[in-house]
Design a protein around this ligand. Structure first.
Ligand code: TXA
Ligand code: MG
Length: 329
């Protein structure tokens, strides 16, 4: 395992990008920071490299990956963009929005990436990740860089603890700005469906396209694989909407009225701060030897919708959905 500092502000940035691109070219994996969470990236056109992602994460192969591109031009070589999808890409890329579009005919993306679906998930990430894709010249398949079913990593240290002992190049770009995964949306001609909520919300998608936006129903088929119930699961049982915690539990607070708690997603009640602290604090509390993590109520507005979504998956009963439990999103 090797970790290299990775920031466009550093003088050796171009050298690190070149080095990472070489590693990708020989079919190996590179851990790349994005504005949302860290990704475990491979050349999306190389089946063996993509298979190694599934193997490393122990991720079921029916669960497709996002192809990360350097911009709309590269995206159009692998997907077909209808008018609303085009508008959304123009407005929100680079950024935390993944679009589900029809696969382009003759696309070089390996079938394993989209797990045999006729659609493909595409996203253009921000900052350093985008520079790397541009230098590499091909889309990168990248799920979150955690073992399947675990909490996503929002800093390089989380990745090290997930894959300790594996031969991996980790690019360390510091803590991720957003801290939770991208919004996943599918735009049809007349409506938009959110498959996974994230920091770009329904109002923004509606304002950009003038179309109505709704949320996909949870969990019935592969057309909405991002909707599986038990994910982001810490070892502890997660209990939602708590005002306090007993001896067997640790409290994950939010807002100023719970200022006694050591772990507070945001003492000032700032949902952006809460999102960026979410996975790091869940990980930390999970190692404290308690049975439960009791989480304070988080308001259902703006980013709070995505935070509640991730928390309810972390709290989902794991015995009830054995197959789903193994799946990662
Ligand atoms: O922020 C993010 O999106 C991060 C960073 C690394 O980009 N990536 C990420 O990837 O969260 P992953 O693999 O952990 O989650 C991708 C989700 C999965 O739930 C998968 O089922 C869904 O996207 N997905 C992929 N292709 C799809 C498709 N064609 N149709 C519907 N859902 C799809
Ligand atoms: Mg994931």
């Amino acid at each position: 395992m090797q970790t290299l500092a990775f920031s466009p502000a550093n003088s050796d940035f171009d050298t690190v990008v070149e080095r990472a691109a070489e590693v990708l070219k020989v079919g190996k994996l590179v851990v790349v920071p994005t504005e949302t969470v860290y990704g475990l990236a491979a050349d999306a056109t190389n089946g063996e490299a993509v298979a190694e992602i599934f193997e490393t994460k122990q991720r079921p192969q029916f669960n497709p990956l996002i192809a990360h591109v350097s911009g709309i031009e590269m995206a159009k070589t692998i997907g077909v963009f209808n008018e609303p999808s085009q508008l959304l890409a123009e407005q929100f890329w680079p950024g935390p929005l993944t679009l589900i579009v029809e696969k382009a005919e003759g696309s070089a993306i390996h079938d394993l990436v989209s797990a045999g679906l006729d659609t493909i998930a595409i996203r253009c990430p921000d900052a350093g990740a985008r520079d790397l894709i541009e230098a590499f010249g091909l889309p990168l398949a990248a799920p979150s860089a955690n073992r399947s079913g675990h909490v996503s990593p929002s800093c390089a240290q989380h990745v090290v603890s997930e894959f300790d002992g594996r031969d991996l190049l980790i690019l360390d770009g510091g803590p991720c700005e957003v801290g939770i995964e991208s919004t996943i949306a599918r735009a049809d001609e007349n409506s938009i469906t959110i498959l996974r909520s994230g920091s770009i919300d329904a109002d923004q998608l509606a304002a950009c396209t003038g179309l109505p936006v709704d949320y996909a129903q949870q969990g019935n088929s592969i057309t909405a694989p991002g909707m599986m119930a038990s994910h982001y699961a810490p070892r502890c049982k997660v209990i939602l909407n708590c005002e306090s915690a007993n001896d067997e539990s640790v409290m994950l607070a939010f807002g100023e009225h719970q200022s006694y708690a050591k772990h507070n997603l945001s003492p000032t009640g700032d949902l952006r701060e809460a999102a960026s602290n979410l996975y790091g604090m869940l990980r930390e509390l999970d190692t404290m030897g308690k049975t439960n993590i009791c989480v304070a109520p988080i308001p259902f507005e703006g980013l709070g919708i995505a935070i509640n979504d991730r928390l309810s998956r972390a709290a989902a009963p794991r015995g009830l959905n054995h197959d789903l439990k193994k799946a990662d999103i």
